[in-house]
Design a binder for this molecule. Structure first.
Ligand code: NMX
Ligand code: MLT
Length: 424
């Protein structure tokens, strides 16, 4: 049996040699040119980052270490984390080992609950989650080892140790946020016999086996989305300063909390519920069309639709939709998501602005949570964040393994770009 640490220890020297060799042999090859439009357009399409855990194909969507997402939707989150980190499919013993690693670390430090309770009642659940993570920086092994003078060869192991601690504790932290914020009663202790996703469901206070399975699926589907999305890019940049994984994840999740990124799932369900309330149930396609145009004509975006990279229906949406179809096809909120899926791409095409009129991951996920009684929509991004920590942390471990330097691109003033543009 190889633990995730042993497997990585065998792979890291190969990875270091491969990257060193590649840069030595081809370091001067031009990968990407950058236009002025890209400089002022969120760097869209500029190839300037490395991410070995996953990539996003415009049509096929998320590919994890060469495996299309659709092929791993029945797996546990623990298996996904193993694949993200190592690129290998785990054996049963590897999973048992990782489950045991998580189980033994799953308790929260006591002070975290005090910190959460000290926040104002109006604090957003994402602010609570991020504050809890930043508070736990106190137990960072990476920082302790850095202070002791660890060498750069030892850094990936320290990043792995912090990653295991943080991932193990995140379901307990997130469910504590839920129970404190919404007055749900006492904090529920982790159950070490459950998998990571199911344990999260259990600590939230819902032991319906279907909800346990939804949480497993939810944790799998949001795990990673290559390196250039706001949260990954942010965590990556912060980690490149050798800030420890707690700082990096807290920073990354602060980006996830934005409405154009992970907060869209909250916005999406508000949009869907607004329709159900207006029409007293699932709308007709005609009513849906009118509603979508109303949103667009008021200058707002239709949440859950469009993507910076994808140009087809997000396979994560497809997997969530399949879950809803198989468990509660007649739920009016879920039916509204389905009607929206039939109508909104056509409306956005006619509107003519969005480069991608198709649904992204957020278009349907909230309807499933709502069905199982998680009606507090401002909590939805926390689910996304707990899962996405797997991607942020696996990317961070690999960056430390190949000694990625500090991120530091060059900026110029608009006057400089104007003079540059006029010169050409
Ligand atoms: N509804 C209305 N307009 C849209 C939409 C949409 N769903 N998507 C894009 N547009 C507009 C966009 O605002 C922009 O308008 P303008 O030129 O006036 O600034 C124009 O279409 C071109 O934008 P794109 O190049 O298609 O999109 P971009 O790559 O800039 O942004 C998103 C991508 C995801 C931010 C954008 O599609 C959006 O705001 N979608 C709605 C919010 C959402 O669902 N976010 C979740 C993303 C996924 N996630 O999980 O993080
Ligand atoms: C994500 O999962 O991070 C989102 O789909 C956003 C992105 O990839 O840009």
């Amino acid at each position: 049996m190889a633990s995730i640490k042993d497997t990585l220890a065998a792979l890291v020297p190969e990875m270091q040699a491969e990257i060193r060799g590649l840069v030595k042999a081809h370091g001067d090859k031009v990968v990407s040119e950058v236009t002025l439009k890209q400089v002022y357009g969120g760097m869209r399409g500029v190839k300037a980052l490395v991410c070995d855990t996953s990539m996003v194909d415009p049509i096929d969507g998320l590919i994890i270490r060469g495996i299309p997402l659709a092929k791993v939707t029945d797996r546990l989150a623990e298996e996904i984390f193993y694949i993200l980190c190592t690129g290998k499919l785990p054996e049963e013993e590897d999973i048992d080992d990782l489950k045991a690693e998580f189980a033994k670390r799953s308790e929260l430090p006591g002070f975290v609950i005090d910190v959460l309770k000290a926040l104002p009642k109006s604090a957003h659940p994402m602010a609570m989650l991020i504050t809890g993570i930043a508070a736990m920086e106190d137990i960072s092994y990476f920082r302790k080892r850095y202070d002791e003078g660890m060498t750069r060869d030892e850094m990936w192991e320290a990043a792995l140790e912090d990653s295991l601690q943080l991932l193990a504790k995140l379901p307990a932290l997130a469910s504590a946020v839920y129970r404190i914020k919404y007055d749900k009663g006492d904090i529920i202790a982790p159950d070490p016999s459950l998998n990571w996703g199911a344990n999260f469901a259990h600590m939230l206070g819902n032991d319906d086996p279907d909800f346990h399975d939804l949480m497993r699926l939810y944790m799998v589907l949001h795990c990673d989305h290559e390196g250039g999305n706001v949260s990954a890019f942010t965590a990556h940049t912060v980690g490149s300063a050798l800030s420890d994984p707690y700082y990096a994840v807290a920073a990354g999740l602060s980006g996830l909390a934005g409405p154009l990124h992970g907060l869209a799932n909250q916005e999406c369900l508000k949009f869907i519920i607004g329709i159900v309330e207006r029409y007293g149930g699932a709308p007709t396609e005609e009513q849906m069309k009118d509603y979508a145009w109303e949103v667009l004509n008021s200058g707002r975006v239709v949440p859950g639709y469009g993507h910076a990279v994808l140009r087809a229906t997000d396979p994560r949406f497809t997997a969530f939709h399949a879950f809803g179809e198989s468990h509660f096809p007649d739920d009016p909120i879920f039916r509204t998501v389905s009607v929206a899926f039939n109508v909104i791409p056509g409306v956005l095409q006619e509107h003519g602005k969005a480069a991608n009129p198709w649904p992204n991951v957020d278009a349907g996920s909230g309807a499933l949570l709502y069905h199982y009684g998680i009606t507090e929509m401002d909590f939805y991004t926390v689910f996304f964040g707990v899962s996405r920590a797997m991607g942020l942390l696996s990317q961070l471990i690999l960056s430390r393994a190949w000694w990625e330097p500090i991120t530091r691109p060059k900026s110029h003033t608009t006057d400089w770009y104007k003079a540059f543009a006029e010169k050409k």
